[in-house]
Design a protein around this ligand. Sequence first.
Ligand code: PEP
Length: 252
Amino acid sequence: MKKLIIANWKMNPSTLREARRMFLALKAGVKSNKSEVVVCPPFVYLAAATEVFKSGKIRLGAQDCFWAENGPYTGEVSASMLKSIGVKYVILGHSEKRAMGENSETVGKKIKAVLKSNLTPVVCVGETAEQKQKGDAFAALEEQAETIFGGLSGQQIKNIVMAYEPVWAISTAANSRSCPPDEALTAILFLRKLLAKTAGPKAGQTLPVLYGGSVDESNADDYLRNEAVSGLLAGGVSLNVKKFLKISQSKV
Ligand code: PEP
């Protein structure tokens, strides 16, 4: 199976001009990669990205969407709108969105909307530093996953990508607080067990489960090396095209 390497640009870069420069550099660098590369820029740059990526290997993703298709929801963007401009993946439940009020119930509603539009949701789950300190990491993962899965059929679950993103390890590359690869693996295997319980043993084994949290070009292979880790969700490092390309060209 090809590894899935997703770039989450968050609220960057500051101008369309810079975004276009990055799209072009990525397109030039992603030719015959062993991995599947997805780039998730801010909404406002998606249309420009579609133009650049239409002939290449890179797939386009969004960082969120709303659960309704259209209507009086000021500021929101629907899954069907994203589909109409060529988006394939949608990140949902990111901890930075959860910190702004998103919860597992709203994530569940958004997943349904994304699946209805035949897009792939990339569903983020992960424990906070406090939950980890109290020894509640697995309970937190289970609570998030079960609330999300509870509203979905086994068939729907088979079409999602999960991402284990320990909240305490996000955006910590500068102070070297990334999650040790063996800890990431243990959590991913736990998520696979939960997937197996709800969607069957095959789903537990084969559904993509990514790792995300301060991945960089020096630690990426340590996560990717294990078969149970289907790929990476890369934030900060993905803004450096050279480093992100290096990660996407991993040979492990
Ligand atoms: C993310 O935003 O999903 C993420 C993992 O960020 P970072 O790589 O910067 O920790």
